[in-house]
Design a binder for this molecule. Sequence first.
Ligand SMILES: Nc1ncnc2c1ncn2[C@@H]1O[C@H](COP(=O)(O)OP(=O)(O)OP(=O)(O)O)[C@@H](O)[C@H]1O
Length: 233
Amino acid sequence: MLVARGLHTYYGASHVLHGVDLELPSGCALGLLGRNGMGKTTLLKSMLGLLKPRSGSVHFGGQAVTGLPPYEIARLGVGYVPEGRGIFGNLSVRENLQIAERPGPDGSRAWTYERVLEVFPRLKERLHTGGQQVSGGEQQMVAIGRALLTNPRVMILDEATEGLAPRIVEHIWQVIAQIRAGGISTIIVDRNYRSVLRHTERAVVLEKGRVALAGESRQLAQDEAALHALLGV
Ligand SMILES: Nc1ncnc2c1ncn2[C@@H]1O[C@H](COP(=O)(O)OP(=O)(O)OP(=O)(O)O)[C@@H](O)[C@H]1O
């Protein structure tokens, strides 16, 4: 579904990704792990057109998308929930959600405004509140809801539970499970590696911009020595 091959990405002279390969099969949930600064967000942005890799390729649904602008890649069916949420602070919660709603590239309308409010009932009481005035947890719900409303084929969640209360974190993992159950392929970056390994079929661990370990999440979860070495846990 989404395939990156040999990605090299730089910030100016700083070489951050050193030939990364990543493959997200259709219908699969893939965890992306690694300590701070190992290149997870850079990898996601390189696949989404937000950063231009200096070499390597990205294919989505068999189509080469390397170097396409982010909105074109999004139109092909990628929903992105960025680290830091990126919601529009000057728009209300309702507006943030409604401007995103559209059928998916295959015409699917599985995710509607009403369904997002069913999944996140807390947002019903905040519809007319500004995006910046709601709590961090509610902002995260808006960010996830907004990505779902584009009816994507692939969802990418970067640190979707960061800094949130345990009850909200648990709710977000339940929603991630629903997204997976609906057949949307998913890439999940999260500090809680145990939750990531529980909610994914495959996982990749980055170390200094290289893939250090990749495999089935169930097996990786049992490899305490490798997780300790690579994640410092
Ligand atoms: N805009 C930028 N300009 C220069 N260097 C950057 C920039 N963004 C990230 N980096 C550097 O690139 C490396 C990889 O960062 P990246 O954000 O991809 O890591 P990460 O694994 O997502 O970690 P984190 O969880 O801390 O975001 C780090 O050394 C970081 O300092």
